[in-house]
Design a protein around this ligand. Sequence first.
Ligand code: VGL
Ligand code: ZN
Length: 197
Amino acid sequence: MHIDPARDALIIVDVQNDFCPGGALGVPGGDAVVPVLNRYAERFAAAGAPVFASRDWHPAKTSHFKAYGGVWPPHCVQGTPGAEFHPQLVLPPDAAVVSKGMDPSEDAYSCFQAETGDGMPFLATLGELGVGRVFVGGLATDYCVKSTVVDGVREGFEMVVLADAIAAVDLTPGDGAKALDEMRAAGAQMIRFEELE
Ligand code: VGL
Ligand code: ZN
């Protein structure tokens, strides 16, 4: 597959300490995606295609957390070490960080609910850049990756899942595999790094 900088973008989803082993919501194999994502990011940057990194960026009190009616332990609380990107993640210098989950009444699993530092919605940012196809890797397969991919298809984008750079929470065993099926059924493509030209 050929990267077209005029219409392709990469988004690296939520590669934060809390989603890696040892973190508050550690995803099995969450850190194993880091070196692979670094290669993708390098390739997209070299091609001149935009690279985004999303972060889960919650207030301390949110209905997303168990204590306030949600399903999750506290994680990725704004300004905490758990909310930092994994220390080995290497983002291109002009990568844009988008944040989501700040609203205390929303789960906001999808990057299409994220915004840039100056408050521009992710969708509008893609529109401004003329992006038509979005490559998605990161954490977690069964939550933020899946929601982003399904929303992207719904918004009219071609969505491509980096099958070798994702990992699942698997709250119920099989959730990750089910998410892959759902993304395929929605019309997303799957690729591996070797398939990039
Ligand atoms: C996520 C669970 C809770 C994710 C975020 O990034 O996939 N999962 N919050
Ligand atoms: Zn979260």
